[in-house]
Write a protein that binds this ligand. Structure first.
Ligand SMILES: C[S@@+](CC[C@H](N)C(=O)[O-])C[C@H]1O[C@@H](n2cnc3c(N)ncnc32)[C@H](O)[C@@H]1O
Length: 341
């Protein structure tokens, strides 16, 4: 099964035939692997860990990596960018594409109409010729552009924004890579959670760490924590690492889809859990997170999250934990815990 943006690419396979091709921001399908039958070489970069895991790897010379950038400074004839769900990430992906293209190389951009791909020209940057539309089908568009200027390698420093926050233990700095949740300022839900954080000890999980703001607040309260920060998004993981470093803190930061890649039991789990899956809002991730985190919580451990108050968390939490406590609330958010505080 191919996603619609991938289907659109296969309708235009002549653009890729016998070329060295790189796919950036691949989706959870087998397009990359199937292209090995048509292309001289195929390399695929996943920025979403779930998409990375869906790839058949090491077959037919198909190379796939998870991360915010490709591990080597290789050049390709054609680079395909899947237009990102977070539109603000697009210029970064185009900068990556420019770096990995030969002079006069071709950039193809595929994505859903509703995802903002129509504004591609404004987002492309000066390294490319204006984009021309080459196909549209399945509610998707395919654009092409040519590399017309020499490109430099994108560095984290060029794509990060930093802001300072005052917390009870002192000021902290947060580093947000483009496209990561709550770019440039603290999310209001996270703010309510931070105002009501319990003091925690032992092995603690920050699920969906984003730029690491909860992680930094937890470490500030107790520098002895064995903190683990997980996220599905490579740009979020990089942001979290940068934020920890900027505040002189250390934690284990790694990719996980839900809690699947975490191991063992935690003394506490804290989160502002995701409520978006791509472009649509969903409570599935959160419902699964509640059930999975119960299984990975030490007996008597602390569990606390913040969520939009209109999301139906209460029943799920009560069902899984046997009780639900609203620790704090305002007109938009509620902080839920498994115990009375
Ligand atoms: C609401 S944001 C919270 C970010 C950060 N903790 C904060 O409070 O600013 C949710 C985070 O969950 C991540 N996420 C989404 N789906 C996920 C999944 N299946 N597994 C792990 N993390 C996920 C997103 O990338 C995002 O960084």
């Amino acid at each position: 099964m191919l996603t619609n943006p991938s289907e659109l690419l296969t309708r235009n396979i002549e653009q890729l035939e016998n070329q060295r091709v790189m796919l950036i921001n691949i989706e959870a399908d087998e397009l990359g692997y199937s292209l090995t039958r048509h292309c001289t070489e195929v390399a695929a970069l996943a920025l979403d860990f779930n998409h990375f895991q869906a790839q058949p790897r090491g077959k037919n010379g198909f190379r796939c990596e998870f991360g915010h950038q490709w591990s080597r400074d290789e050049k390709f004839d054609v680079v395909v960018v899947y237009f990102p769900k977070a539109k603000s990430l697009a210029p970064y992906l185009f900068a990556l594409a420019a770096w990995h293209l030969h002079p006069d190389g071709t950039l193809l951009i595929t994505g859903e109409n509703k995802g903002g791909i129509k504004s591609v020209d404004k987002l492309l940057g000066s390294a490319f010729s204006p984009a021309s539309k080459i196909d549209n089908a399945r509610h998707c568009l395919l654009y092409s552009a040519t590399l017309i200027a020499e490109a430099t390698k994108p560095t984290a420093e060029d794509w990060v924004s930093r802001y300072r926050l005052s917390l009870p233990g002192g000021d902290i700095q947060i580093c947000n890579m483009v496209g990561v949740f709550s770019d440039k300022q603290l999310d209001q839900g996270t703010a309510l959670l931070l105002d009501n954080l319990p003091r925690l000890e032992g092995r603690v999980l920050d699920f969906g760490c984003g730029a690491g703001v909860i992680a930094i607040a937890l470490m500030q309260q107790n520098p002895e924590l064995q903190l683990e920060c997980v996220d599905i998004n490579a740009m979020a993981l990089l942001s979290c690492e940068l934020s920890l470093k900027a505040n002189g803190m250390q934690a284990k930061v790694y990719a996980s889809d839900g809690l699947a890649q975490t191991e063992g039991l935690f003394n506490a789990i804290v989160s502002n859990p995701p409520f978006h899956d791509g472009l649509s809002s969903t409570t599935d991730i959160a419902t699964r997170f509640v059930a999975d985190s119960y299984k990975q919580l030490q007996k008597g451990g602390d569990w606390q999250i913040v969520a939009n108050r209109h999301l139906p968390y209460s029943d799920t939490i009560a069902k899984v934990f046997g009780e639900v406590n609203t620790v704090a609330e305002n007109n938009k958010y509620k902080v839920y815990a498994n115990k009375k505080r």
